[in-house]
Design a protein around this ligand. Structure first.
Ligand code: ADP
Ligand code: MG
Length: 327
């Protein structure tokens, strides 16, 4: 006799996939199950809060592996903590699902909790509704009072640097949507991995406090994001486009122009952009080396406003804007 599969109800779904009692942090006084969570802040810290939603068909293709969707939904929020130099600690999640598909929920929660565990983040509450697939996670963290990295702290003469490599996620998305030919399978898989499983630079962000003068994460592409940091700091920026760090895999798959365009404008890289006073560069580079993370200077901040992109000593017409939902 075959058992009849009862559709999973809202509360069973939460219990089965999201109410984990293992690995919960000691500072979670009350987690999933009550009307709200109770969390204990470490002394002398500031609460750091951010929220980011990911929407099917908007931030990822509809047929994306649910494991990567779970990873991404948290990763984009961890990246905001990284950009502030904060320690992520807790998350709440508003989950809107078309249906309670158990195979999907299993993959999704596995991807979410694998990344949560790696960063010792506890899911402490949420909300579950039926509707078009949207995952909105609020991340909560803390930072020693007065030490958070901001966008507005840079000074003229500070160097601009980025972690990792840029443009990989753009290539990954182009590969999964059939706009780029996977002529080198290993390179293509590496790029798809970079799109599906972005790596938030949380450790680097924390270690950059006291060294970097300003920071932000690159979610919309350098052409969209750098002007925000420059404006917040009341400065102009100049970038040498040939210095943008491109991975060997990206260079093997795309023309130099295409690689450059993705590095500038595709977004989804979740690397950090930092400003650093020249006298603190060596110390910050040392931090990056200690984390086995590439850190590349790409330009500098100057008095004035706006961003000048240079290529081969000439002004370069960069793509007009990065990713913008309403454009
Ligand atoms: P309320 O109606 O009081 O807002 P719910 O009945 O919606 O609470 O949720 C029950 C409990 O489950 C709450 O503690 C809530 O935080 C938690 N919860 C609901 N959905 C999720 C989810 N997707 N992930 C984690 N916790 C959730
Ligand atoms: Mg309630």
């Amino acid at each position: 006799m075959t058992a009849v599969q009862q559709p999973l109800g809202e509360f069973d779904l939460i219990d089965r996939y999201f109410a984990r009692s293992v690995g919960v942090r000691a500072d979670v006084i009350l987690g999933v199950g009550d009307d709200a969570a109770l969390l204990r802040m470490p002394p002398d810290t500031e609460l750091v809060a951010a929220v980011d939603a990911v929407v099917a068909g908007r931030h990822f293709p509809f047929d994306c592996d649910p494991r990567s969707i779970g990873h991404r939904a948290l990763a984009v929020n961890l990246s905001d903590m990284a950009a502030m130099g904060a320690t992520p600690a807790w998350a709440t999640m508003s989950l809107t699902l078309p249906s309670a598909d158990e195979a999907w929920l299993q993959g999704f929660s596995a991807g979410l909790f694998a990344l949560a565990d790696a960063h010792e983040v506890a899911l402490v509450g949420g909300d579950t509704t039926a509707g078009p697939l949207t995952i909105s996670i609020q991340i909560l963290g803390h930072v020693e009072a007065g030490t958070a990295l901001r966008r507005g702290g840079a000074a003229a003469g500070d160097l601009l640097a980025v972690t990792g490599t840029l443009g990989d996620a753009g290539a990954g998305l182009a590969l999964v949507t059939g706009r780029l030919d996977a002529r080198d399978r290993a390179a293509a898989d590496a790029m798809i991995e970079r799109f599906d499983y972005p790596t938030p630079r949380v450790r680097f962000g924390r270690a950059a406090r006291g060294l970097a003068s300003a920071a932000m994460d690159l979610s919309d592409g350098l052409v969209g994001d750098l002007p925000k940091l420059a404006r917040a700091s009341g400065l102009a920026a100049q970038v040498d486009v040939e210095r943008l760090p491109l991975s060997p895999a990206l260079q093997s798959l795309a023309s130099p122009q295409q690689a450059r365009e993705w590095a500038l404008a595709a977004g989804d890289d979740y690397e950090l952009l930092v400003a650093v006073p020249p006298q603190r560069w060596d110390a910050l580079a040392q931090v990056a080396r200690g984390l086995n993370l590439k850190l590349t200077t790409i330009g500098e901040l100057r008095p004035g406003n706006g961003v000048r992109w240079m290529l081969g000593g000439q002004l370069f017409a960069a793509p007009e804007h990065g990713f913008d939902h309403f454009r």
